[in-house]
Design a protein around this ligand. Structure first.
Ligand code: AP5
Length: 222
């Protein structure tokens, strides 16, 4: 029997490095990266009523209402590429109701990656983060500077990446995280996210390698 594609969730505080690790994971494992925040920012850029409403919540660092987020994520996970290649879900679920909805739609992760980063480091990472609108690459002025002047000149900053807004986002995170974690504790891998991005990835890579070996052994294809 063929082994079904991998389904992974990644969670952690704002700027804990989820997006950065997702780029490294997708490069090696070929999963489809589905980021709730990216889906919302794409909706905002269309100027739709849902996008306008979402932006109001994101400006306040609060969770965007379920009626917008849940179907957006569900639709993306149901796309043929996610079904065929497996998915890497980033920034969802952020509440019990979001987790329940996902479960009801039949989406179950095999592994839940949890990044731990101390709060002073998070603020530093948010304030220095820059994005390349052309490639989608994530940079940091200090820790991951752009490779060329040309890239440096076109970098943008997210509207919610200020010290004041990240504090609001952190509050929201603390209010919701425990309820979500308790649901996935049996499949959670705890990752120290305070170290360099390569060292963080090494921990994740080792957990994924172990998981893939187990799945292979269980399917009898070794
Ligand atoms: P979202 O876009 O998901 O933002 P977030 O959770 O705050 O996470 P970030 O994207 O800010 O950070 P990240 O962990 O991906 O870090 P990154 O890799 O970029 O959500 C935004 C908003 O949308 C929410 O506030 C909410 O309003 C709404 N929303 C989203 N999902 C929702 C949901 N499910 N329901 C309702 N509302 C929702 O790294 C950060 C920086 O650090 C970068 O500059 C990077 O270069 C640097 N860096 C990364 N790793 C390292 C390292 N190891 N060492 C040094 N620097 C590093």
């Amino acid at each position: 029997n063929p082994i079904p594609p991998l389904n992974i969730m990644i969670s952690g505080a704002p700027a804990s490095g989820k997006g950065t690790q997702c780029q490294l994971i997708t490069q090696k494992y070929g999963l489809v990266h589905v980021a709730a925040g990216d889906l919302l920012r794409a909706e905002i850029s269309t100027g739709s009523p849902n996008g306008k409403l979402a932006k109001e919540y994101m400006e306040k660092g609060e969770l965007v209402p379920d009626h917008i987020v849940v179907s957006m994520v569900k639709d993306r996970l149901n796309q043929p590429d996610s079904i065929r290649n497996g998915w890497l879900l980033d920034g969802y679920p952020r509440s019990l109701s979001q987790a329940t909805a996902l479960h009801q739609f039949g989406f179950q992760p095999h592994l839940f990656i949890l990044l731990h980063v101390s709060e002073d480091i998070l603020v530093d990472r948010v304030v220095g983060r820059r994005l390349d609108p052309l490639t989608g690459n994530i940079y940091h002025l200090q820790y991951s500077p752009p490779e060329t002047q040309e890239i440096a000149a076109r970098l943008t900053q997210r509207f919610d990446d200020t010290e004041q807004k990240v504090k609001l986002r952190l509050n929201t995170h603390h209010q919701n995280v425990e309820a979500v974690l308790s649901l996935y504790k049996d499949i959670t891998v705890q990752v120290d996210g305070n170290v360099s991005k390569e060292e963080v990835f090494a921990q994740i890579d080792s957990a994924l390698t172990t998981l893939l070996e187990k799945r292979k052994a269980a399917s009898g294809s070794v």
